[in-house]
Design a protein around this ligand. Structure first.
Ligand code: MG
Length: 256
């Protein structure tokens, strides 16, 4: 069931989205070789609590894993796709780290992810980051009332394939609102011109995950960390986007 949001509800979601964006900005400044991911988690938690919000992922269990997620953010490095658990792992020069941040503020969720370079990276990291960021922006360009959900999915697949990457099929974007995961599922592949008709009041978390190698992924023994089966690198970007009467608003970007 799609839950359409009113203008007032979207305003509240905007504030949740801005907090997510601010957490990611703060994390970006802290990322460097030698830092461990638990340190990044603490920074995020401090910012979230200081705004009277709650981390959305901490304690989360459900359709993704029955084990409650133990930390505030997800930190996924290199071959890790999504849902990496912050801990003692130390960032190294050349790593690609994706950080996923979710918050609940005044009853509504915001959700976004950014991939970051750790120090200087090689060309293959730069290239997959550009393609994944491009895929997210292509998808957001399709968030127009009158388009179909498949237009979003297709835009991601098109950008991925045209750059020689595969897309992860086992994990998807989602509707978001008073629940972190609502209908519809937003696939990162599929035909254009099909599926749900996009209307004002729909809010989506769009999250392309592009793999350097094959699309297959597996979950590690910690019940959460998703890695590529071939252990080649993966990249992930995500934004929460609202479709309104005045076009779409990227709720998790401060410059919108
Ligand atoms: Mg999400």
């Amino acid at each position: 069931m799609i839950i359409y949001k009113s203008e007032d509800e979207i305003k509240t979601m905007r504030r949740a989205g801005e907090l997510v964006a601010n957490v990611l900005l703060k994390l970006e400044k802290a990322i460097k070789p030698g830092v461990d991911t638990k340190f990044l988690d603490k920074i995020a938690e401090d910012v979230i609590f200081s705004h009277n919000a709650k981390p959305a992922f901490k304690g989360y269990s459900g359709r993704i894993s029955k084990v409650p997620f133990p930390r505030t953010i997800c930190t996924s490095i290199n071959e890790e796709v999504v849902h990496g658990i912050p801990g003692k792992r130390i960032l190294k020069e050349g790593d690609l780290i994706s950080i996923d941040v979710g918050v609940k503020l005044d009853g509504f969720f915001g959700d976004a992810a950014r991939s970051f370079r750790v120090g200087a990276v090689n060309k293959k990291v730069d290239k997959i980051m550009q393609a994944t960021w491009g895929a997210l922006n292509d998808a957001i360009d399709k968030c127009v009332a009158g388009n179909r959900l498949g237009d979003i999915s297709h835009a991601i697949e098109l950008r991925a394939k045209s750059n020689g990457y595969s897309v992860v099929e086992d994990f998807v974007g989602h509707g978001i609102g008073r629940n972190m995961h609502e209908d519809p599922q937003v696939l990162n592949y599929g035909p254009a011109n099909q599926g749900l008709l996009l209307k004002r009041g729909i809010v989506l978390a769009i999250e392309p995950m592009l793999n350097e190698g094959g699309s297959d992924v597996e979950v590690l023994e910690d019940s959460w960390t998703v890695v590529t089966r071939d252990r080649k690198i993966s990249c992930h970007f995500e934004d929460t986007v609202a479709i309104t009467s005045e076009g779409s608003i990227i709720l998790t970007r401060l410059d919108q």
